[in-house]
Design a protein around this ligand. Structure first.
Ligand SMILES: [Zn+2]
Length: 113
């Protein structure tokens, strides 16, 4: 439960306390509380692309359904409007994809010390 709260709040996978993000589009290189280096190695964020897909597709499906429910437009217009709305939430998906990736990677292969 503490880990889930840390994921939602964007906290470090090791101490569950330090902020991962210091701004809307900028990450801390290391955890300000425990010193964990977030980007373990070059190419580390490639795994976050999978998390981004896993987060983004369900959100897009919900947006498509909601736009269709409200408007009952033709599918082409529904897809266009839903895609436009998705662009608005894309920065959040991007942020959370990195947070989710950090926590999943931590659960599989934690860095001690
Ligand atoms: Zn930490």
């Amino acid at each position: 439960m503490r880990r889930l709260t840390a994921v939602v709040a964007g906290r470090c996978p090791r101490c569950l306390d330090g902020r991962i993000w210091r701004g809307l589009f900028s990450m801390n290189e290391v955890c300000p509380v425990c010193g964990l280096r977030f980007e373990r190695e070059p190419g580390y964020w490639t795994g976050a692309m999978v998390a981004s897909y896993a987060l983004g597709v369900p959100i897009l499906v919900v947006l498509i359904f909601l736009v269709w429910l409200v408007t009952r437009w033709d599918v082409t217009f529904v897809l266009a409007v839903a895609d436009g709305l998705f662009i608005l939430v894309a920065p959040l998906v991007w942020r959370y994809s990195r947070i989710v990736w950090l926590h999943l990677d931590w659960l599989v292969d934690p860095v001690r010390g």
